[in-house]
Design a protein around this ligand. Structure first.
Ligand code: ZN
Length: 617
């Protein structure tokens, strides 16, 4: 026949040779054949990406690996996919860029140093050498001349240069933020690192602590990042949906309670609500333990101080707050109901309210919110229904916005035309009517809000990119001069005690103020490793340049035509990269055409172990 018969591998294997059209092929000997051809490819430089304006280009990229120590079948599968695409495009006449690098900063290297001794740098570069040694014999069509690790000073120095540009352009800033603090490891924990209220590594009860932290202003781009998802036609629908949910656009009402008996300067409490249609059922107001009013009261009232301190011992995660018993303390302050000035509501400090979500203050409507119901039942607060759900079994709600209900005309719920009508309406219609009513009557205004918070990038860790700023007693926070970059990590550090080794290094912190020249101190926080992976795809277009990117290279090679990686990165890595590409464009490091850096995305599955089933299932 004229086609290969692939259905009889057993016979082929036993014969030891493939009889085919008279051609006799000896048994495939990978060690010899692969070595021979890989050497030939290397010598000919067949996988070296060359910018050739006469040819169309194709950029295929798999998410780069973390150098954990050895490659596994998941890596092989991932990089084989890119290999197939790259070879196909090469054979079609494209200039192909198919690079490889290492996402090399992060906690595991530091943990290894703490647990087994040694240095994170040695551990990391040792792992990279091992993994490169395992990967190269696979014969992947990779341009190894572009290889870098994010822990190379040549890479993170360029990242520091961009950080300074972004600081100048207002894309990064400092503010006080409440963080999850691990009192044993003496570090800030990401929400994902808090498990049942405890630090994932130390097992210590996590505390809330206020620290001055650096933030990327990603929330300014929330609307744009959401809208642009529609244009990503070659991304999986699932990933676009996950990003949209994470950005979390909502339409709601912003209004202010006027206070009675509050300290000076606190005559109003701002509230944002996505359910203004339930406002008439408010029976209390509540503020976060981190709300400015709570902090004020804390300083003057020992009982409140004690309660607030207790609240801070729960982490900052939504999950932790969800699980914790709902607790509150009546401040003695009252607010007027905005729809009926005669009604006064108590103001509680409540442990389940996050300061960085909305305004850090809520109104409680126990009839239509399960959490408020739990709270009201516990503290004997009244429960006023505003409407009756059409489906009887959802009498007590947490109504979804699309659900229909009939507004009630009870004694407490005054009938306000346009706000609560007689007709059946959906929650969405009720919300729109409530916003219109409140705007018309000067009670509040409709606001589009996003769940997406600014991206906190400070880590109290050694093995990361140093944040290139200096603290001067006279000048404040001053960016390091670009000619002094990279701000290198010191090698002589110890991991025999918890906390950030940069903090206790005897000399590394000492430097001259870049502005006035007087003695000053370096920032000891390093960057979240997600920063490193938010622009590596752009760096691959000019991996050895003395600037973060080179315009003609970026113009030619960007965007990534096909990106391949795990679904676990569907939200943070991809969202941060989309933001970072925009920030790089704003600071002159990427063309406008590259603000959506990945044209097509393929999320491969996972290689898992065998599964077993019973015969009758
Ligand atoms: Zn100074």
């Amino acid at each position: 026949g004229s086609s290969l018969d692939l259905s009889a591998p057993a016979g082929v294997a036993s014969a030891g040779r493939i009889p085919h059209e008279g051609l006799v092929m000896s048994r495939y000997a990978p060690a010899e054949t692969e070595m021979k051809w890989q050497t030939a490819w290397d010598e000919a430089g067949v996988f070296t990406a060359r910018r050739d304006p006469a040819k169309p280009k194709y950029y295929v990229l798999e998410m780069f690996p973390y150098p954990s120590g050895r490659i596994h079948m998941g890596h092989v599968r991932n990089y084989t996919m890119g290999d197939v695409v790259a070879r196909y495009k090469m054979s079609c006449g494209f200039s192909v860029l198919h690079p490889m690098g290492w996402d090399a900063f992060g906690m595991p290297a530091e943990n290894a140093a703490m647990e087994r001794g040694g240095h994170p740098k040695d551990w990391t570069y040792g792992n990279i050498a091992d993994m490169r040694g395992q990967m190269k014999p696979l014969g992947l069509s990779i341009d190894w001349s572009r290889e870098f690790a994010t822990c190379d000073p040549e890479y993170y120095g360029q990242q520091q240069a961009m950080f300074i540009d972004m600081l100048h352009d207002g894309l990064v800033y400092r503010k006080n933020a409440v963080v999850n603090w691990d009192p044993v490891d003496m570090t800030v924990l990401a929400n994902e690192q808090v498990i049942d209220g405890r630090g994932w590594r130390s097992g210590a009860l996590v505390e809330r602590k206020e620290l001055t932290q650096w933030f990327f202003r990603i929330s300014d781009y929330a609307g744009e990042l959401l809208e642009a998802l529609d244009g990503l036609k070659d991304w999986p629908e699932k990933v676009r949906l996950m990003q949209a949910n994470w950005i979390g656009q909502s339409r709601g009402l912003q209004f202010a309670f006027s206070t009675l008996g509050a300290p000076e300067g606190f005559d109003r409490i701002e509230v944002y609500t996505t359910r203004p249609d339930t406002l008439m059922g408010a029976s209390f107001a509540a503020i976060s333990p981190d709300h400015p009013l709570a902090k004020h009261l804390e300083r003057h009232n020992p009982e409140i101080a004690e309660f607030v301190a207790e609240c801070r011992r729960i982490g900052t995660t939504e999950e932790a707050l969800e699980k914790a018993e709902k607790r509150g303390m009546d401040t003695g302050i009252r607010v007027r109901h905005p729809l009926d000035e005669a009604l006064e509501l108590p103001v509680y400090i409540a442990n389940f309210i996050l300061m960085d979500y909305g305004t850090g203050a809520i109104f409680g409507c126990p009839a239509h919110d399960a959490r408020d119901f739990e709270f009201a039942t516990k503290y004997g607060l009244p429960i006023h229904s505003v409407f009756r759900p059409l489906a009887d079994d959802t009498a007590l709600a947490d109504l979804v916005p699309t659900e229909e209900y009939v507004p009630l005309k009870s004694e407490r719920v005054r009938y306000i035309r346009g706000f609560a009508g007689d007709e059946v309406q959906t929650g969405e219609e009720g919300v729109a009517a409530a916003i219109a009513y409140c705007e018309a009557n000067g009670i509040g205004r409709g606001v589009t809000n996003y769940r997406l918070r600014d991206w906190g990038l400070s880590r109290q860790r050694y093995w990361g990119c140093p944040i290139p700023v200096v603290h001067c007693a006279d000048c404040g926070v001053v960016p390091e001069k670009k000619e002094n970059l990279p701000v290198r990590l010191p090698d002589d550090v110890s991991f025999d005690q918890p906390g950030n080794p940069l903090d206790r290094h005897p000399t590394w912190r000492d430097c001259a103020c870049p502005s006035c020249g007087k003695p000053a101190r370096r920032e000891t926080d390093t960057m979240d490793t997600f920063v490193d992976s938010s622009w590596y795809y752009a760096r691959f277009t000019a991996p050895h340049a003395a600037t973060p990117t080179v315009p003609e290279e970026a113009d030619y090679w960007m965007n990534v035509d096909q990106y391949i990686g795990g679904i676990e990165h569907a939200i943070l890595h991809l969202l941060y990269s989309r933001f970072f590409a925009r920030a790089m464009h704003k600071t002159g490091h990427l063309p406008a055409t590259a603000i959506e850096p990945f044209n097509a995305l393929f999320t491969q599955g996972m290689v898992t172990h065998e599964i077993y089933m019973t015969r009758d299932s």
